[in-house]
Design a protein around this ligand. Sequence first.
Ligand SMILES: NC(=O)c1ccc[n+]([C@@H]2O[C@H](COP(=O)([O-])OP(=O)(O)OC[C@H]3O[C@@H](n4cnc5c(N)ncnc54)[C@H](O)[C@@H]3O)[C@@H](O)[C@H]2O)c1
Ligand SMILES: N[C@@H](CCO)C(=O)O
Ligand code: NA
Length: 430
Amino acid sequence: MMRTQPLKVALLGCGVVGSEVARIMTTHATDLAARIGAPVELAGVAVRRGGRERAGIDPALITTDAVELVKRDDIDVVVEVIGGIEPARGLILSAMEHGASVVSANKALLAEDGSTLHASAAKHGVDLYYEAAVAGAIPLLRPLRESLAGDKVERVLGIVNGTTNFILDRMDTTGAGFAEALDEATALGYAEADPTADIEGFDAAAKAAILAGLAFHTRVTAADVYREGITEVSAADVASAKAMDCVVKLLAICERGADGQSVSARVHPAMIPRSHPLASVREAYNAVFVESEAAGQLMFYGPGAGGAPTASAVLGDLVAVCRNKLSGATGPGESAYAALTPQPVGIARTRYHLSLDVADRAGVLAQVAAVFAQHDVSIDTVRQQGRDGDATLVIVTHTATDAALAATVADLRGMDIVRDIAGIMRVEGE
Ligand SMILES: NC(=O)c1ccc[n+]([C@@H]2O[C@H](COP(=O)([O-])OP(=O)(O)OC[C@H]3O[C@@H](n4cnc5c(N)ncnc54)[C@H](O)[C@@H]3O)[C@@H](O)[C@H]2O)c1
Ligand SMILES: N[C@@H](CCO)C(=O)O
Ligand code: NA
């Protein structure tokens, strides 16, 4: 039975994502009503600066006073697509206090202070959904929160930032350096005017924190995530990867520790074999593997950004929270019961690629190998290229801890026979 009284939605922010949310709410109104069981009505749109016409939005709905909008008694759901920590956090908390469920796309806020938002949602008996916050349109958080709630997730591994994937893909296909590829990403509208959050890995680290929290039923914040961006990835690194039939990707990796009591989350560039499915993720696409005990390996792939794809995820959440409102229920809240300990990256074990310029004379390889052995870092392969009395040793290790590799590199740097060390990069996916 269709309820005639509409559910009222307040939209906070009308930028890239917000304008698409408003458009889809209008153009799909009949279908949305049928799927929810009641019409949904856009009851107010908060913008930063008024006085501008916004396509398809009744000017009477526009306000520059988000604070008042979220306090309105008649609002059932608040959709927050402003971004950043404040005023988004204050507005969401106020909306919940006034009885509204919240849909947000705000990874920065969820990764910094998701538990405060979840606690407020629980206290006020409302929903907090945020599928759009990680990997845009790709259904990923709901599968983790709901579909896999009966399984035991062991590892989440993926490409969760489209801008950096675009840049690394260009470096791989054209041989361009980082700066040149970034310029192209900016010109094509993939990178923002200030690309820091993407290229330094902050965006991916926020997403990794959210994924780790959901996967392992533990509170994980952005500060718990080890983070390296892609600004130091050189054309030479990409060429070294190619020589090993690998490609460089910015990966987010969330793992349960071997002790069963800890979790590690990290974001860094890594070489992966071209035969690995993540190697075929091109341009600005995202892809995430989830490995769980009973299900095995699952792969989620699709557009991780953009107005319409992100709005698709927001609308899915809007339908879910509206259905919950009508049935008087709420969806899953925060699940942090496992309370695993977030671990520093030093304990994570990965393989490493490094390239050493050394003097080309008898005994050098043995001396270099001895330093690896001293730190219990086992060498998998060594490739030597001679040039003008010097030689380049391209070494790939077996799995080692970050701490052991760092100590090895520090000792190697102190040796007379080692002229330079370059291309230090983790190797994943083998
Ligand atoms: N664009 C994407 O591809 C994408 C993908 C996934 C998630 N997200 C997330 O969605 C959110 C919105 O991103 P976006 O790309 O639409 O950003 P945007 O900058 O295009 O839009 C944000 C809008 O909020 C407005 N705003 C700022 N302060 C405000 C206030 N106090 N009251 C009302 N409006 C205010 C700004 O004027 C701007 O128009 C962010 O949290 C972002 O991380 C975006
Ligand atoms: N800047 C992000 C947008 C989606 O969160 C990206 O490049 O993936
Ligand atoms: Na998503």
